[in-house]
Design a protein around this ligand. Structure first.
Ligand SMILES: [Zn+2]
Length: 423
């Protein structure tokens, strides 16, 4: 108990800001993942001789509104300025985007007179499918290097952060959206109220918003603590996101549970005054289910940290045993979540020889903190490892079918989350 009280006091002393939604002082720790570098700060060979900044990776739960949120240490500009994640390098993510575009275009009757605005539009991985249907689009993307890739594909993109100021500016230039899309942006912005307030401004009277983000209920049920990293500021239950949108005059009229990123929500919003889209019964049903699993009470959140420690011990047990038997272990993938996992668990070259990634932007670089080299996937064929640790466990089916040839030499797959599993 002393440790627990100590943690709580530490948390109180160090927390400088209030809740990013309701402003209440944050007093309760959700989980402490120790010191970690920014999860997307992949290192070039020349950087191996230099220091790396590490920041505390701690997440709090607000007792006032129950928003689970990370502390903010680095300015958003520093984090996203040269973002290495190019969405187009995952087949399943592209397929997901295309399926969504076909659904949204049909459901909301989008046509050549419509405008789709995507927030954090990345390299245009999603908007390209609207363009293919002849539907006008505008991407808003803060990272210049990925926005540049979108522009090269002919996808109109403006390079800036989205918030109320950008929204007012776009509206002043005649831009209002029939559909606002934001996939994995709601959780990624430090200024939550500014983002949602901006959407209220730029949305046409009859417009619709859809946003996707990892579902906190799944994170907690399935120990997905590695989806916590500094770039990921908020962790939402449906109940809380509904409150956030309502505070900005937006009503969530539908919600879907989708499999991306280990279990996400896709929410559908509109102006509170616009009654053209009636509220689906799925809204009340999910709210009820979240209450039933305890997400409406603070105490449910306070036991998560112990589950996380259990996952770490099991993964280390496996690796210690494998190495003790002289087996070789390599990683598959270099996702941000892998960096949280490896840094939190203290897994470096003592356990993992290297990892591989299909993205040429990551190959030849090193994982932040652990400094594990990232190679082209062909390296696996050369070294024939005994175990392949799948870091993007949410894509494990895709990875296992692509890499099935490791069976030729008796190789096995290891999935770390929800707890270590050898397949
Ligand atoms: Zn709050």
């Amino acid at each position: 108990m002393i440790g627990f009280i100590g943690d709580e006091m530490n948390a109180r002393e160090n927390m400088q800001r209030g809740c990013r939604f309701c402003g209440q002082t944050l007093e309760h720790l959700f989980v402490d993942l120790g010191m970690s570098p920014l999860a997307n700060s992949y290192l070039a060979p020349a950087q191996l001789h230099k220091m790396e900044p590490f920041y505390p990776l701690r997440v709090f739960i607000c007792a006032g509104c129950l928003l689970v949120q990370a502390e903010e240490f680095e300015s958003a500009e520093a984090i996203f300025g040269d973002y290495a994640y190019f969405s187009s390098y995952s087949d399943s993510w592209l397929q997901h985007a295309k399926t969504y575009v076909d659904m949204a275009a049909a459901r909301f009757g989008l046509n050549r007179q419509s405008l789709v605005v995507e927030l954090a539009s990345n390299d245009g991985y999603l908007l390209q499918y609207f363009v293919a249907l002849g539907i006008p689009v505008l991407g808003v993307e803060p990272a210049a290097n990925v926005a540049d890739a979108a522009l090269k594909k002919g996808i109109p993109t403006t390079v800036r952060f989205f918030g109320e100021e950008t929204a007012r500016d776009l509206v002043a230039h005649g831009t209002k959206a029939d559909l606002i899309v934001g996939n994995n942006v709601l959780a990624h912005v430090p200024k939550l109220n500014d983002l949602v307030g901006g959407m209220k401004i730029i949305l046409k009277d009859s417009g619709v918003i859809t946003m996707e983000f990892p579902h906190l209920m799944r994170l907690m049920e399935e120990n997905q603590f590695d989806t916590i990293y500094h770039e990921h500021f908020s962790y939402f239950s449906f109940t809380v996101v509904e409150k956030v949108f309502a505070a900005h005059g937006l009503t969530l009229f539908d919600v879907e549970e989708i499999p991306t990123h280990g279990g996400s929500l896709r929410i559908y919003g509109r102006h509170a005054e616009d009654l053209s889209n009636p509220i689906s019964e799925r809204v009340a049903e999910l709210r009820r289910r979240e209450r039933d699993v305890g997400l409406a009470t603070l105490s449910s959140y306070l036991s998560f940290a112990d589950k996380v420690k259990g996952v770490k011990r099991k993964l280390l047990d496996f690796l210690i045993k494998a190495k003790g038997e002289g087996k070789s272990v390599v990683g598959y993938g270099a996702p941000a979540k892998g960096n949280t996992l490896l840094n939190y668990c203290g897994i470096r070259l003592d356990f993992i020889d290297y990892t591989v990634d299909r993205s040429p932007h990551k190959q030849g670089h090193y994982l932040p903190g652990t400094r594990i080299p990232i190679h082209h996937p062909d390296k696996i064929q050369e070294t024939r490892p005994d175990y392949l640790l799948i870091l993007p466990w949410n894509l494990k089916d895709e990875v296992m079918s692509q890499m099935n040839y490791i069976r030729d030499w008796g190789g096995q797959f290891v999935v770390p989350i929800p707890e270590v599993q050898v397949l």
